[in-house]
Design a protein around this ligand. Structure first.
Ligand code: ZN
Length: 281
């Protein structure tokens, strides 16, 4: 998609399932099952949408890098991981190699967002996948990623994080970072302490990669906040502000986990209800 001076490629990596109850926090199943279908184990399907922004200055900015392919049998079963689509194949389909990615913008370092940081080589050794990328991450994300507590342990996986960290490859920033003209990361917190979203502005148009503030269209309802979120009231306020901004500025809202929509427009419907319209990528 051409977006002012920028080009946005809608890349994806695999799909997986998470518990529907946990995905909707305090919302009871009779409500959320009107919007999504749960399997026999109460899990719902999620995709990993990782847009890549190409700038006229030659930057190729990848937002998150999906599930990767380092999963063991038990993890595959728990998360019902499917290996298609594949981020590296999606890149190749646009004539790009991993070495062409100049910036990897980490919204946060959970297992479904930085899986391709590393891969296993033929000798079973962990190696970097994006050798030329700056790995930018909000500073506060690094503490729990390095030393997760009992609640965080299942979501920060050492093979995705430790090799890059040991090599000094993470580039921490505080609160906000302009990656290129019109492409800015800004901290929301909420989901994790260092969670960031991305504002993309060019040629009078605006897009917001809204991250875990609204992972699927079903999360457009304000109280539908994930039980996974460590700071749900921060999520609520960030989501409220970002949805308001998106409606006011007619911005494209880019979704990270919706299996059916990578981009939508939001509008206010009857009685203040938020509605969405799919946008063709
Ligand atoms: Zn996620």
């Amino acid at each position: 998609m051409q977006f002012g001076d920028l080009e946005i490629l809608f890349l994806r990596d695999g799909a997986f399932k998470l518990d529907g109850g946990a995905m909707f926090g305090i919302v009871p199943k009779p409500l959320w099952q009107k919007e999504v279908t749960a399997d026999e184990r109460n899990r719902m399907v999620l995709s990993c949408n990782c847009p890549l922004i190409r700038t006229p200055g030659g930057e190729n900015i990848l937002i998150d890098c999906g599930l990767g392919r380092k999963w063991n049998e038990k993890q595959r079963e728990i998360y019902a991981i499917s290996e298609s689509p594949n981020l590296l194949e999606d890149l190749a389909a646009h004539g790009l190699k991993p070495g062409d990615v100049t910036i990897l913008a980490h919204t946060h370092l959970h297992l479904d967002h930085c899986g391709w940081n590393t891969k296993l080589d033929a000798n079973g050794k962990l190696v970097e996948v994006f050798p030329n990328a700056r790995h930018v991450v909000e500073r506060r994300e690094l503490g729990p990623a390095r030393k997760p507590n009992e609640i965080q342990r299942g979501t920060y996986l050492e093979p995705n994080i430790a090799p890059l960290d040991a090599a000094g490859r993470f580039e921490p920033f505080d609160e906000r970072l302009e990656l290129a003209p019109g492409v800015t990361l800004f901290r929301t917190g909420g989901h994790t302490i260092g969670h960031v979203c991305v504002r993309i502005e060019s040629g009078g148009r605006k897009a917001i990669f809204i991250g875990e503030m609204m992972p699927t269209v079903a999360h457009r309802h304000l109280p539908w906040v994930m039980a996974y979120d460590l700071f749900p009231l921060e999520t609520l306020e960030a989501k409220r502000a970002l949805m308001k901004e998106a409606i006011r500025d007619d911005a494209l809202v880019l979704l990270n986990h919706d299996p059916n929509h990578v981009a939508v427009k939001l509008k206010e419907g009857e009685r203040g209800k938020i509605e969405y319209e799919p946008v063709e990528a």
